[in-house]
Design a protein around this ligand. Sequence first.
Ligand code: PMP
Length: 427
Amino acid sequence: PYTGPSADEILAKRQQFLSPAVCHFFKNPLNLVDGKMQYLFDEKGRRYLDAFGGIATVSCGHCHPEVVDAIVNQTKRLQHSTILYLNPVIADFAEALASKFPGDLKVVFFTNSGTEANELALMMARLYTGCHDVVSVRNGYHGNASGTMGATAQSSYKFNVVQTGVHHAQNPDQYRGVFGSDGLKYAKDVDDIITYGTSGRVAAFIAEAIQGVGGILELAPGYLPAVYSTIRKAGGLCIADEVQSGFARTGSHFWGFEAHGVVPDIVTMAKGIGNGIPLGAVITTPDIAKVLTHRTYFNTYGGNPVCTAAGLAVLNIIEKEKLQQNAFTVGSYLKQRLTSLKDKYEIIGDVRGRGLMLGVELVMDRELKTPAKAEILHIMEQMKDMGILIGKGGFFGNVFRITPPLCFTKEDADFLVDAMDFALSKM
Ligand code: PMP
């Protein structure tokens, strides 16, 4: 049983000693002390079904025993020191990871986070092309350091510090965008940005296949192939940010970009790669990877034996437990059930996403699409009281984000939808 401080005591310490910028869900924040697969437990032992997965991070399940074993065993053996010596784990994991990619994507760099992975990807593209200009998509999220904050395109995540050379293209948003689902029309904006806003040459284009923080928005079909072609004509590299959409989450594919029929030049990963352990990665071609030999590049903890042991365990579990297939089957079922809820409640403006990366957008009015900001908070609280933790996001903060551990079952999906149905019926 839990014998630690109460939620109130933790909150008081947090207010005194932790960043005032940290925010938390719920009027009375939860004190979560244990996790097991798709469940989380508070200090009183109350169980919650986790439909957010630490923001699409818990891929295999909280404290999956095989990931824990891999971490513990490696920690007992050797925790650190790979940058200047050899160790088998980092090499094995790099090989296993590379085997999941198409084409010439074969060289891996390890980092500690998604931000670092994207910073490295952007720097490599700039070095390789000799250009500085980058195009990213409005409403995207790529990190919070200088380069990645530049690529991030939502005002709530952008501070007033130097972020040069990033142009933000129109978002191919199929729900609110002016061109609906016509990917080619949105892609034209990237042409215009290159023509009017750059020398005609660019370093890179970066995008998520499904915007996560942005509210589970799947790029309109046809957009990525058209933009990749435009960018390559301008000498640039195409970067796929798979921090949320990677590692089997979308069900139909292992990587989000695969659903668009493109092959990027650089792919970045984090979150699901480590099931919660701090780990990120960049994969690229041998040719592009060479740019980092011009100087010394290293990252003290990137790819350390403990984190890469966790990563290797994650890949094995996804395969062994058929988690991609589960994300597809359970995700399709859940999406279909959520879509039926949309027929029942006017407040649900849109249900979207793929696999176990789903979004439900709440609006006051289906015509005007006025964001239902207070209502979503209310439903979230109600669902928490019924024992379900669901995420929230989107530019207006009115989109439920459903990104559970990939071991989520059909019964879990039913419980989630029934609880949402009940909460909506009482509004
Ligand atoms: N890219 C995407 C798509 C993300 O969702 C995030 C994190 N929300 C990041 C990059 C940054 O990752 P990290 O927080 O690990 O730096």
